[in-house]
Design a binder for this molecule. Structure first.
Ligand code: G3I
Length: 305
């Protein structure tokens, strides 16, 4: 029999997963990853502390393994992530002012140039807002206020003019203070001619908490002239049934499909075996690689368009 896989139905949008090359020796892991998805995001391997643990000493190996896997199985790659308040190596966190600025531009330029041509989209800045819509206190904000944002996008664009450049955040899936702040920033950056091409909605959710205005919220961003993508989807079962979880996954896929300019959905790890969420079961495949009802629900939703 010819088994159908998610990627066979990913026509209007791509369907991806965060992957870690350390699991590739687990045959079931790599088989499902290759068969089901046509996009991948390195879960950790392109983060600053991992890829440039000391100044100028790049550890590209694990990230390159992922890029090679993507090439082998005809998948696109979302690069994640250039500027974040987490995973800042110690040698960077002691810097300030011009020294910090120089290192920031150098890191973006070097990393984006290294992978130029193999990255579909980069998460350029990640999680810069607090829940109330104010800017998060971080090494970047505390040194440069908001100017690091445009500078980061400009440096990434100069290094790879073909990559789609994203801002990425969580708890922005519905209309609230945080998503309003994100919206206002994207609007401002666009009006200033900053090369920003997309907004990533992480979408770490739980059953019973899928926002009813998700599609409406996505659409107000695409109206600004940017793509949108669901970049880190997982849905905690939250004491509910697997069928309820499947319905929630289906709803999110349908929300993306209903918005022109929603280009794809990435699940933040497809199996509970390796999920960053250890307190619940949030992935479409369980820890023994058995497909939960969520897999068929995602497949059916993808076939709607
Ligand atoms: O691999 C080392 C291991 O060698 C070491 O012994 C162990 C001891 O702590 O740590 C292991 O590294 C961990 C790594 O995950 C791989 O498992 C790090 O401690 C841990 O901090 C890291 O967590 C990652 C987290 O981001 C922080 O970078 C998660 O895997 C990853 O899923 C999570 O992903 C983030 C997105 O990048 C941004 N949005 C939220 C999302 C979930 O937190």
């Amino acid at each position: 029999s010819i088994a159908a896989h998610l990627r066979d139905h990913a026509n209007k949008i791509y369907i991806g997963s965060a992957l870690a090359p350390s699991h590739f020796t687990d045959a079931q892991y790599s088989t499902i990853a290759a068969e089901e998805f046509n996009s991948l995001t390195p879960e950790n391997e392109m983060k600053w502390a991992n890829v440039e643990p000391s100044k100028g000493k790049y550890n590209y190996g694990p990230a390159e393994k992922l890029v090679e896997f993507a090439q082998q199985y005809d998948m696109i790659v979302r690069g994640h992530t250039l500027i974040w308040h987490q995973e800042v190596p110690d040698w960077v966190s002691v810097l300030s002012g011009d020294d910090l600025h120089e290192v920031m531009i150098d890191h973006i330029t070097t990393l984006v140039t290294h992978f130029k041509g193999s990255i579909y989209a980069w998460d350029v800045v990640n999680e810069i807002f607090n829940e109330d819509g104010s800017y998060r206190s971080s090494l970047w904000y505390n040194n440069f206020q908001t100017s690091f944002i445009a500078d980061a996008f400009q440096a990434a664009a100069a290094a790879d003019p073909s990559a789609k450049l994203y801002i990425n955040d969580y708890n922005v899936e519905y209309t609230n203070a945080k998503s309003n702040a994100l919206y206002n920033l994207v609007k401002e950056l666009k009006s200033q001619g900053v090369p920003i091409h997309g907004v990533g909605f992480q979408t770490h959710l739980a059953v019973g908490q899928i926002p009813s205005d998700f599609a409406t919220n996505l659409a107000r961003f695409t109206a600004l002239g940017v793509d949108v993508a669901i970049t880190e989807l997982d849905i905690k079962q939250n004491g509910q049934s697997q069928d309820a979880q499947a319905a929630a996954y289906s709803e999110v896929i349908k929300d993306c499909l209903s918005v022109n300019g929603c280009v794809g959905v990435t699940i933040w790890g497809f199996t509970d075996k390796y999920s960053w969420i250890s307190s619940d079961t949030a992935c479409p495949w369980d820890s023994n690689y058995q497909a939960k009802p969520a897999v068929a629900a995602i497949e059916a939703a993808l076939q709607l368009m």
